[in-house]
Ligand binder design. Structure first.
Ligand code: APR
Ligand code: PHB
Length: 390
């Protein structure tokens, strides 16, 4: 097979780039290790920043998001017996976020790829990029007993944190920065009315909790748990009881419990790999960086990578200008690190750290007290939460 851009990974990053490029007449093939059913069964976060929502529209995939997604102009932070609201709209100069499940967004992207007859190959085993430093890179994968080769101009590594792309960059070229947090999030999805129409991030001495939602009939809740816990340790009843204890009374009183549709534990990690380009391989999204979910930045850090890559590819193919590709890594990393800082800050401010001193705890309290006493601080939070420009 031959294509212009071979994209490894059929998650939101890979599909979005494939769709955008195809609309401009640039040929792509997407190689996904899993089946489509498997990809669409993964429950992921549900807050989209303005910039990502715009990309969805540009990719001609925004119709259902605009119909079913909810615009949120603010969210709450519960702390120290108070329930404070962050007014995103007011403090970000009129911007907001869209509450729309990432799983649904991925479904929309797949449907768009199908409509355009885009090539997405599922169950691609042993995907391997080759000759990345040459002008004639190629990617191989296994289909049963057969090894298939795809020749291309560029390889995009959009295969998530556990993918093969980042691992193809020699160790002496790649620098990895990592911070692992000493806890995870236990998440529950339930077909119940959300406890609050807007998200509630709750700091509590027993641990952090989050009330989120997918719609007004589908709720998503999280509680901070030790890394040693497993899903089997948490019955639905135990989860609801613990969540309730960590929420302020006015929210807890509104909590509607029900059977969990999905329950899982995710560890929290901050991670960046530099550079994001090696020869003709370009990393995008989770393959190059991970944030803890506290600031809702996961997909949104991927958004700017895709935007920069998309425009860099257009420059290359339409104007013969490769400066966008040459600048990609530095430009993408500059925004990635800002999302890292914000996610780390939100995580540090709102969680209970097992080894924290009384001094650390005081600083957490003061961080929040300062935030809600200062318009400048709320402006800073809001501009990061709705998404820094790209
Ligand atoms: N070969 C082919 N595909 C692979 C391989 C491989 N060796 N390894 C992983 N993949 C696939 C995964 O199955 C997955 O579908 O790559 C895809 C990567 O998708 P994501 O992990 O969703 O990463 P990305 O598309 O960058 O999405 C950005 O935003 O909210 C965050 O972490 C969340 O996934 C989300 C991310
Ligand atoms: C979610 O709805 O899953 C969600 C929302 C906000 C976050 C993290 C996760 O910060």
């Amino acid at each position: 097979m031959k294509t212009q851009v071979c994209i490894i990974g059929g998650g939101p990053s890979g599909l979005m780039l494939s769709q955008l490029l195809h609309l401009k007449g640039i040929d792509t093939v997407v190689l996904e290790r899993q089946s489509r059913e498997y990809v669409l069964s993964r429950i992921r976060a549900g807050v989209l920043e303005h910039g990502f929502a715009e990309l969805m529209r540009e990719a001609e995939c925004g119709e259902r998001m605009d119909r079913e997604g909810e615009i949120h102009d603010g969210f709450f932070i519960a702390h120290d017996g108070k329930l404070d609201r962050v007014d995103l709209h007011k403090y970000s100069g009129g911007s907001s976020v869209v509450v729309y499940g990432q799983t649904e967004l991925t479904r929309d992207l797949y449907e768009a790829r199908d409509r355009m007859k885009g090539i997405v190959i599922h169950n691609a085993e042993d995907v391997q990029p080759h000759d990345l430093k040459s002008d004639t890179p190629y990617v191989t994968y296994r289909d049963g007993d057969e090894i298939v080769r795809i020749d291309c101009d560029f390889v995009i590594g959009a295969d998530g944190f556990h993918g093969v792309s980042r691992k193809s960059i020699p160790k002496d070229v790649l620098k990895e920065y990592e911070k692992v947090y000493p806890f995870g999030w236990l998440g529950v999805l339930s077909r119940t009315k959300p406890a609050s129409p807007e998200l509630v991030y709750a700091k509590h001495e027993r641990g952090f909790a989050l009330c989120s939602l997918r719609s007004q009939i589908l709720s998503r809740y999280y509680i901070q748990v030790p890394l040693t816990d497993s899903v089997e340790d948490w019955s639905d009843a135990a989860f609801w009881e613990e969540l309730k204890r960590r929420l302020p009374k006015e929210i807890a009183d509104q909590l509607v419990t029900g059977d969990s549709i999905e329950k899982s534990i995710a560890p929290l990690r901050s991670f960046v790999a530099e550079p994001m380009r090696y020869g003709n391989l370009f990393l995008a999204g989770d393959s190059a960086h991970i944030v803890p979910p506290t600031g809702a930045r996961g997909l949104n850090s991927a958004a700017s990578d895709i935007y920069y890559l998309y425009h860099a590819m257009l420059g290359h193919y339409q104007q013969g200008d490769s400066s966008g590709l040459d600048n990609y890594s530095a430009k993408a990393l500059a925004r990635v690190w800002k999302a890292q800082r914000f996610s780390w800050w939100m995580t540090t401010m709102l969680h209970t750290f097992p080894a924290s001193s009384e001094y650390d705890q005081k600083l957490q309290e003061i961080d929040l007290a300062y935030l809600f006493s200062s318009e400048a601080a709320q402006r800073s939070l809001a501009e990061n939460y709705v998404g820094l420009p790209f």
